[in-house]
Design a binder for this molecule. Structure first.
Ligand SMILES: Nc1nc2c(c(=O)[nH]1)N[C@H]1C(S)=C(S)[C@@H](COP(=O)(O)OP(=O)(O)OC[C@H]3O[C@@H](n4cnc5c(=O)[nH]c(N)nc54)[C@H](O)[C@@H]3O)O[C@H]1N2
Ligand SMILES: Nc1nc2c(c(=O)[nH]1)N[C@H]1C(S)=C(S)[C@@H](COP(=O)(O)OP(=O)(O)OC[C@H]3O[C@@H](n4cnc5c(=O)[nH]c(N)nc54)[C@H](O)[C@@H]3O)O[C@H]1N2
Ligand code: SF4
Ligand SMILES: [Mo]
Length: 727
């Protein structure tokens, strides 16, 4: 029997619509769904690997319980009931001894529901969920809420006349979403400015390419702001009526003359001026999100402020073809993720124990609570309330330290779901030491990863085609249909958290037996069920621009805060100022002597998604080994040729990767791929899938002096390294 069923791909964020061709109960082909209103039949090179992933022989299909020593690769297959019973019992006992804050959670980029995790933790009473958010999107998310009470989820690229791609390599990172839009807009005559230390594909099609020295973007932004004010290119009406702090901003950017900024950034002064003028005068203009800013450590929070300020003073916020964040129409009425998180359930006394909040004042409860309060001045559903998942976390380093030292209190248990902390978090050795020290470590994943291999219990996760999902983006609420029933004993994360929750006395707060029932509840306010929404694919938001004219902005002042009152109240810099990265030729000439190359890591490449796809043969045929890219001149100086194995070192450690030579990178730089491990290697210590061999995060520091003072964003870019040929 054969049939075609609708489903979706979740191998990265966009949730592209797919059609599953099924024969005798088995999926034999996955194609794009041409009727999908957003993705219209497109799927990318990674999406085409869905079948290989779905039936991969190394997939986890049953819960496993550790039998030998931790990390020795000895497991016993157990039932879901047994595994959940035992984990719940242990959590309960650890909570009795040490308090709820003894349980932590590590997360990666949003891959699955996540509000279920937050709900579970709020009900359990632990404020200590932590993970990669400090460097991924959240400096942007939390900071934009503080600045204008919302976050730009969708720049209206297709209608823009000028696009600034700032630290974003969309052709590699967003092949179905942003990239085709850039190409289309560019063909229609929109200007493109690319600010990237590498000559990426987009730089080759750009009107202007600014080859910036990594980590100096904030200086460039402040230079642009100064010039735009000085040359009278700002939107006078908007600034006068809808912003606060303009005069203070003007004073703060005074030192950032084109000459000075040129010296800091290595971008020629005339190019700085030309680009600033182009951005300010060719309207409407967009600056989409780019991780190149979020992942640069010390300046990252203020880079997000700088970008937000640029959008505001040029009048590009909330206009057609600009950077928009409000939602109109029925979408705003749907119970969203923030609603499901149950953030009111965690008592004040437990909030106060959040690890890292004493060091980084803006990121945890204090910043989030202020953003929440400001959002409440708007009519409900106008702009989504800030999700705790995205902007309210413990700091990963503080959590790892507490696990290892027991200070300020013992953290003894951790759950990891949809994350690979040994690959994703910086300072891998420290993370390893922490995972080893846990009394209880629980992982839910698709595969046995290096992190999962250290767990006490491992739960098998269902693939997106085996589970439904309600996916809310800025302008579209999408119903993603479950294609097939989960195979073997794989389950979704809701089943996992509900299973634990009901065993830990949270039953009344998990009234819905399945995740579909949750979505029916979410859709009640708009009179739909999940099934009905699937039939119509989703609800498209009705765009309504400049709604601030009716309601103001969701900030304490109701205006765009060029000078941030929330930052000021929390003791953070209320106006951006540039700081030299800690490891840089200028910031630390002594370190630079030994480590002369500027290191950037993690530039996206296809078909891999972070640490995934390493076990998928077709993906490994394309990228068999980890690659470090250097300039031909640099290679020659170091006696390196294409394909050589090289040792890359920072003061923190050394790794090995294969040499790729390209003149798209500056001679003084090295670009190192991230998240490499080797599923073909021994699944136990000491080798642990080769996780200590080519993993970039053995090189990246996370100590406070490297982190942004407001949020604690650590650097995965703008560092220093040395490279030599492997013996
Ligand atoms: N050096 C360096 N480090 C970086 C970065 C960088 O640029 N340079 N980038 C950072 C960024 S931006 C991010 S977002 C992080 C990413 O960090 P992570 O999101 O942790 O990325 P992965 O390493 O792919 O780990 C995801 C794990 O979740 C599993 N998984 C995927 N989907 C699901 C699911 O639906 N359910 C369950 N249970 N498991 C699932 C995968 O099999 C994989 O093992 O890495 C960060 N780390
Ligand atoms: N193929 C693939 N796609 C992905 C992912 C993946 O793992 N693989 N991960 C997803 C995730 S979670 C994220 S967050 C996004 C990120 O996707 P992007 O926003 O595109 O981020 P990156 O590719 O990390 O870096 C973007 C650019 O920043 C540049 N850069 C590095 N340092 C600096 C700097 O100091 N200043 C400036 N101006 N530029 C700098 C790099 O050269 C790179 O071209 O990608 C998503 N898409
Ligand atoms: S862009 Fe590719 S990997 Fe991401 S959801 Fe779409 S098809 Fe899947
Ligand atoms: Mo990310």
């Amino acid at each position: 029997m054969s049939e075609i069923r609708r489903s979706y791909c979740g191998l990265c964020h966009p949730r592209c619509g797919t059609l599953l061709h099924i024969e005798n109960g088995k999926v034999v082909k996955v194609a794009g769904d041409p009727d999908h209103p957003i993705t219209r039949g497109a799927i990318c090179e990674r999406g085409r690997l869905m079948l290989d992933h779905l039936y991969h022989p190394q997939r986890l299909n049953y819960p496993l319980k550790r039998t030998g020593e931790r990390g020795q690769g000895r497991w016993q297959q157990v039932t879901w009931d047994q595994a959940l019973d035992e984990v719940a019992e242990k959590l309960s006992s650890l909570k009795d001894t040490y308090g709820a804050e003894t349980l932590t959670f590590t997360h990666g980029t949003r891959r699955t529901y996540h509000w279920d995790c937050r709900r579970f933790f709020n009900l359990f009473g632990s404020p200590n969920t932590c993970g990669v958010n400090n460097i991924c999107f959240c400096p942007t998310y939390a900071t934009e809420y503080a600045t204008y009470g919302g976050v730009v989820m969708g720049s209206e690229v297709l209608d823009a006349k000028c696009m600034v791609l700032w630290g974003c390599n969309a052709s590699k990172s967003s092949p179905i979403g942003l990239y085709p839009q850039l190409v289309k807009a560019s063909k229609n005559g929109a200007k493109l400015i690319v600010i990237d230390p590498r000559r990426i594909k987009e730089a080759e099609m750009a009107d202007l390419w600014l080859q910036i020295r990594p980590g100096t973007d904030l200086a460039l932004m402040l230079g642009w702001i100064r010039l735009i004010i000085e040359e009278n290119l700002y939107d006078h009406d908007f600034v006068a009526n809808w912003t606060v702090g303009f005069e203070e901003l003007k004073a703060a950017v005074e030192p950032y003359t084109p000459e000075k900024v040129s010296e800091t950034t290595s971008v020629p002064a005339d190019l700085i001026i030309e680009a600033a003028k182009m951005y300010a005068t060719v309207r409407p203009a967009v600056i989409p999100f780019g991780l190149g800013l979020d992942k640069q450590g010390i300046n990252s929070t203020q880079c997000a402020r700088g970008r937000a300020i640029l959008r505001a003073i040029t009048g590009n916020l909330e206009i057609p073809g600009g950077d928009v964040f409000s939602m109109a129409g029925d979408i705003g009425k749907i119970h969203d993720w923030e609603h499901l998180e149950m953030n009111d359930a965690i008592p004040e006394s437990q909030r106060a124990k959040q690890l890292g909040a004493d060091m980084y004042p803006f990121f945890g409860f204090p910043g989030w609570e202020r953003n929440q309060k400001a959002n409440k001045r708007l009519p409900s559903g106008y702009v989504a309330a800030p999700e705790a998942w995205h902007s309210n976390l413990a700091h990963a380093r503080a959590v790892m330290d507490a696990i290892i030292t027991g200070k300020p209190y013992p953290v003894t248990a951790a759950i990891t779901l949809a994350n690979n902390p040994l690959l994703a978090l910086p300072n891998t050795k420290r993370v390893f030491e922490a995972l080893q020290a846990l009394r209880l470590y629980v992982v839910m994943d698709y595969y046995m990863t290096p992190s999962a291999a250290l767990a006490d219990y491992v739960f098998p996760a269902s693939t997106t085609v085996e589970q439904p999902e309600l996916w809310l983006t800025g302008g579209f609420c999408m119903a993603c249909p479950q294609g097939i029933a989960p195979i073997y004993e794989r389950r979704n994360s809701y089943d996992f958290y509900r299973g634990l929750g009901v065993r830990l006395g949270q039953e009344e707060n998990w009234p819905w037996k399945t995740v579909e029932e949750v979505y029916d509840y979410c859709l009640e306010p708009v009179g739909l069920t999940f099934k009905k929404l699937v039939d119509q694919y989703g609800i498209l938001g009705r765009m309504e621009y400049r709604r601030y004219e009716r309601f103001g902005f969701g900030t304490p002042s109701g205006k765009v805060e060029l000078k941030s009152s929330i930052f000021e109240e929390l003791g953070a810099d209320s106006l951006p100022q540039y700081h030299e990265p800690v490891w840089s030729p200028k910031g630390n000439p002594k370190v630079a002597e030994e480590y002369p190359l500027i290191l950037i890591t993690g530039s996206r490449f296809m078909p891999m998604y972070h640490s995934e796809q390493r076990q998928i043969e077709k993906a490994r045929q394309k990228v068999p080994d980890p690659l470090v890219t250097i300039h031909p001149e640099t290679a020659e100086k170091l006696g390196l040729s294409t394909g050589d194995w090289a040792v890359i070192s920072t003061p923190l450690g050394s790794i090995r990767q294969r040499v790729k030579i390209s003149d798209a990178i500056h001679p003084k730089m090295a670009d190192v791929q991230h998240s490499w491990w080797f599923p073909e290697r021994a699944p136990k210590l000491p080798e642990l899938f080769g996780v200590f061999e080519s993993n970039t995060n053995l090189l990246c520091p996370d100590a406070p002096e490297f982190c942004s003072p407001e949020i604690g964003s650590w650097p995965h870019s703008a560092l220093l390294c040395s490279i030599e040929k492997e013996d």
